[in-house]
Design a protein around this ligand. Structure first.
Ligand code: GTP
Length: 604
């Protein structure tokens, strides 16, 4: 059997999952009657949102070839999944929606694939649409790739052109190279936890072979364990006797300790150990942090177990226990981006049946401050960032303002691809967001690639929606971390009823503090709503109150009515309260709804 391993990469919504589905159907991998749309987006959440979150691998039989297709997500928050998948492949299909043209992630993926030395096959998708312009999109792609590589033209929807594409895959993508009889080496590119069988490892064989019954060794983790089952994905797990050089498949080895398996590690044999592991993956570093707390405090141990399990299928988020004065026991989580936060929170709630409160996300700061005996213990436990700076990923751990010498914030190089007519609007937005111009490049007459340096914090707060609105939805962006730079940022505390609530603190730029403070207090007033007594909501920066709102007490007649004799009304009220409780936390005697903790995201 001849093997071809490839991935499909594209900007979000350009049709990767639809194309994968079509290939599975056309090759008879999945019978037509069993075919459901978006088959590879197996996670309920993926189907609902119509996006791919996890990369997936499928073995396809095509003529006398064994094709291994690895579907990857397109959203920028999940680019690490793409990089991971590509390391298991020899080629990529670089898919472009011909009705949209080249977008920011097309550029990023194209460059990544080229830098890894992979064979790139450009594919123009959605040619069935009357507004598609495959010639123009192809021309744009040539400029990005800096060479004219003929593109395939397909409609993943109707199946047009897919046969031709399959032929191109087997002729153009090179077969895997490695030593079929050497000491076995397999790269772990993914893993997940099965409650009955333990950790299931997804591997790509680079040398030798692995068979059921042998004892494997993880070269980095050191663990040894008997291979109970080995096989491939269709995408269901299908048992087979073993995996040979070049193949992609899964291994079950009764591993219950979820910490012993890491993606990027090399699997070999205990009695025929490889001399060198495969080059691993670069460790992903979370860039935004937020805290989560169980609504019902006794759920804390459940939340811990849930995080451990979820971390196995998504190792790119980090977590650490945290105690908040306001919200009690919870965890501080590090993520790859905003969508990532939403996805992790939703998966925790759905897959583990938890009810959670999340706080506003923020970036990581490097802070230099005078150390004093009076500081709380947390400050001395902070990690070093070099040059006398400490790493602070939680506003609750900012030192008292008088002790701060300097604060550095992370910046990003942001790449925006936009039609020329929206260029001015996009550049005005970047300026508002404290951006600094770097360079600009025209691709075809219609599109332009703009590069800026910008504080990452400005991207966290509502950048995506604003970019979409100034460009009528046509601009797209991608970013890379740049460096930490000194900046006039300040901690803004929120006081409810005169008491600072740590989980509501945010970090913002000095020049924006007053306006944001006002907007935030107004928003909180609206979200918290009237309660039995009057409540003051204040924003404080460097010891000074910069904004204040007062929430008046509920009118007496409303309360009287509620506590009257009408039993159905009382029951209704109780039910309402119960429902409300799901998404509320009481701080002191004030009930604060979940939305209040992320109010910062909703203001300018
Ligand atoms: P992510 O995984 O979230 O990055 O998206 P994706 O690239 O996998 O895109 P997906 O396959 O979910 O397709 C996005 C949308 O485009 C869906 O509504 C598809 O039905 C539609 N679509 C995909 N291919 C075609 C095509 O060839 N023609 C037409 N008309 N629509 C298509």
């Amino acid at each position: 059997m001849k093997i071809r391993n490839f991935s499909i990469v594209a900007h979000i919504d350009h049709g990767k999952t639809t194309l994968s589905d079509r290939i599975l159907e056309d090759t008879g991998t999945v019978a037509k009657r069993k075919m459901t749309a978006q088959l590879l987006d197996g996670m309920e959440l993926e189907k609902e949102r119509g996006i791919t979150i996890k990369a997936k691998a499928v073995r396809i039989k095509y003529k006398d070839y064994e094709l291994n297709l690895i579907d990857t997500p397109g959203h920028v928050d999940f680019s690490y999944e793409v990089a991971r998948s590509l390391r298991a492949c020899e080629g990529v299909l670089l898919l472009v929606d011909a009705s949209q043209g080249v977008e920011a992630q097309t550029v990023a993926h194209a460059h990544l694939a080229q830098s890894l030395g992979l064979k790139v096959i450009p594919v123009m998708n959605k040619v069935d649409l009357s507004q598609s312009d495959a010639d123009l999109s192809e021309e744009q792609l040539w400029e990005i790739l800096r060479e004219p590589i003929l593109a395939e033209r397909v409609s993943a929807k109707t199946g047009m052109g897919v046969d031709h594409l399959l032929e191109r895959i087997v002729t153009d993508i090179p077969e895997p190279k490695g030593n079929p009889n050497g000491k076995p080496r397999a790269l772990i590119f993914d893993s997940f936890y099965d409650p009955f069988r333990g950790v299931i490892i997804y591997v790509r064989m680079f040398d030798g072979s692995l068979k059921q019954g042998q004892t494997l060794r993880l070269m980095g983790g050191g663990l040894t364990s008997k291979i109970e089952e080995i096989g491939y994905m269709t995408p269901q797990l299908v048992k087979c006797g073993g995996l040979n050089m070049g193949e992609v498949g899964y291994i079950v080895a009764g591993i219950k300790d979820i910490h012993s398996v890491k993606v990027g590690d090399t699997v070999t044999l205990a009695d025929n150990t490889a001399d060198e592991p495969l080059p691993g993956y670069e460790e992903t570093k979370p860039v935004v942090f937020a805290s989560i707390f169980p609504i019902d405090s006794p759920d804390y141990p459940l939340l811990r177990t849930a995080l451990e399990k979820l971390n196995l299928s998504d190792s790119s988020f980090s977590y650490q226990s945290e105690v908040s004065k306001a919200l009690g026991f919870g965890f501080r989580l590090g993520f790859m981006g905003l969508l990532h936060i939403e996805i992790v929170k939703e998966r925790l709630e759905r897959e583990f049946n938890l009810s959670l409160i999340a706080t506003s996300p923020n970036v990581v700061y490097h802070v230099k401050f005078t150390s004093k005996k009076s500081h709380p213990q947390e400050l001395s436990a902070l990690r070093d960032a070099g040059d006398g700076y400490k790493v602070i990923d939680n506003p609750a751990y900012f030192p008292p303002y008088g002790d701060i010498i300097d604060i550095k914030e992370p910046t990003i190089t942001i790449t925006i691809v936009t039609p020329v007519e929206f260029m001015d609007g996009v550049m005005t937005l970047l300026k508002e967001k404290r951006g600094t111009y770097l360079e600009m490049e025209h691709i075809s007459n219609m599109r332009v690639i703009i590069k800026y340096i910008m504080p990452m914090a400005e991207m966290v707060i509502d950048f995506y929606n604003k970019l979409k609105s100034v460009s009528k939805g046509y601009a797209s962006f991608d970013y890379e971390l740049d460096e930490y730079r000194s900046s006039d940022v300040v901690l803004m505390e929120i006081l409810i009823h005169g008491e600072p609530v740590d989980a509501l603190s945010v970090v913002t730029h000095k020049d924006k503090a007053q306006t944001q403070g006002r907007a935030l207090c107004e928003k909180l007033k609206e979200l918290i709503g009237r309660q039995m007594f009057e409540i003051a909501v204040q924003a404080r920066v460097n010891g000074k109150i910069v904004a204040r709102e007062t929430i008046p007490a509920m009118r007496k007649d409303v309360i009287a009515k509620c506590y009257g004799g009408d039993i159905t009304r009382k029951r209704k009220l109780l039910e309402k309260q119960k429902e409300g409780k799901k998404r509320m936390k009481s701080i002191g005697s004030v009930d604060i709804p979940q939305e209040a903790f992320v109010a910062m995201l909703k203001i300018d």
